[in-house]
Ligand binder design. Structure first.
Ligand SMILES: Nc1ncnc2c1ncn2[C@@H]1O[C@H](COP(=O)(O)OP(=O)(O)OP(=O)(O)O)[C@@H](O)[C@H]1O
Length: 299
């Protein structure tokens, strides 16, 4: 699979502050790639470099094989970009905004646009300044999905959408992929990322933390084990768990342990052998794996 987005060693500084500090990001063709990280991690800054809105301080950036710093206009035509905080021309109607966005891009699929306007239940006759935040978001989503672009760059695109519209958004992403398009999705909605993305890149403080296929992360994710331990069994269970590699199981009687995959059999037999009750073992949800990366110190 060839890469649609290739970023190697990207640095972007503002004054002496490095918002992005040596980041690698590779998005394969036809992939939905999640771009995750806590507030201020450098995701939007990276996205602006991909779109040619910011110039990289250092590093190599190619989008659809082109250098965005040199070919921003061509990339504008080939990329659909949806920001999280949409600012639109307030006195135009929804339809006039769709017309303007299509004119900027230079290509248009009117039938797809009409279908999406209906699906998102958008009244395009109204002036944009009368729209709610969710409706402003819908205008840009309709324009993005309806355009015949190869790459969708979605930066927190579902901010303000209600749950039904969130479902519709997910259907649109799946359709886009079925049409052979590629999606880079930056999102704090971890359930959305879990539902849509086959690969993710996680960033923190402008640097790569983890990147790869979601299936592999799931395998490495381990399990959550719970059990009830009566006070008279606590010492025996704690000793068994220590032998199984769990130094501190925490206070009883209800234990909740995050256990790496390789240790699961030993932990389960330590619990059962020590007389623990109500033992359960479930694979760690991807959402919980992602969540661990959000526990950060203040910068
Ligand atoms: N134009 C700018 N001038 C100075 N600092 C900036 C500028 N743009 C972003 N930053 C800083 O760079 C860092 C990364 O910001 P960025 O918006 O890329 O983060 P993010 O990962 O998109 O965060 P969020 O999830 O909150 O949207 C932040 O500390 C931010 O304050």
């Amino acid at each position: 699979m060839s890469a649609v987005v290739e970023v190697d060693g990207l640095v972007k500084t503002f004054g002496r502050f490095a918002a992005v500090d040596g980041l690698d990001l590779h998005v394969g063709a036809g992939e939905v790639h999640g771009f995750l990280g806590p507030n201020g991690a450098g995701k939007s800054t990276t996205i602006r470099v991909l779109l040619g809105l910011y110039r990289a301080t250092a590093g190599r950036v190619r989008v659809l094989g082109l250098d965005p710093a040199r070919r921003p206009a061509e990339l504008t035509r080939r990329i659909s970009y949806v920001p999280g905080d949409v600012a639109l021309w307030p006195t135009l109607t929804g339809q006039e905004v769709l017309d303007a966005l299509a004119a900027l891009r230079g290509t248009r699929d009117r039938a797809a646009e009409r279908r999406l306007v209906d699906a998102f239940a958008l009244d395009t006759r109204r002036q944009v300044r009368t729209y709610s935040k969710g409706n402003r978001q819908k205008v840009v989503l309709v324009a993005a999905f309806a355009a015949r672009t190869e790459l969708l760059v979605l930066d927190e695109p579902t901010t303000g959408l209600d749950p039904l519209m969130e479902e519709l958004f997910q259907r649109c992403v799946r359709e886009a992929v079925a049409q052979g398009r590629t999606v880079l999705l930056s999102s704090h909605v971890l359930a959305e990322v879990e539902a849509l993305c086959e690969a993710v890149t996680i960033v923190k403080d402008g640097r790569l933390v983890e990147s790869g296929p979601v299936a592999q992360m799931r395998l490495l994710g381990g399990s959550q084990v719970t059990a009830t331990v009566a006070p008279e069994q606590a010492v025996a269970v704690a000793a068994g768990l220590r032998r199984a590699g769990i130094a501190d199981p925490g206070p009883g009687p209800d234990l909740r342990l995050d256990v790496p995959r390789a240790q699961v059999p030993a932990v389960l037999s330590a619990l059962a052998g020590g007389g623990a009750l109500d033992i359960t073992c479930t694979p760690t949800r991807l959402e919980d794996l992602f969540r661990r990366h959000y526990e950060v110190r203040a910068r």
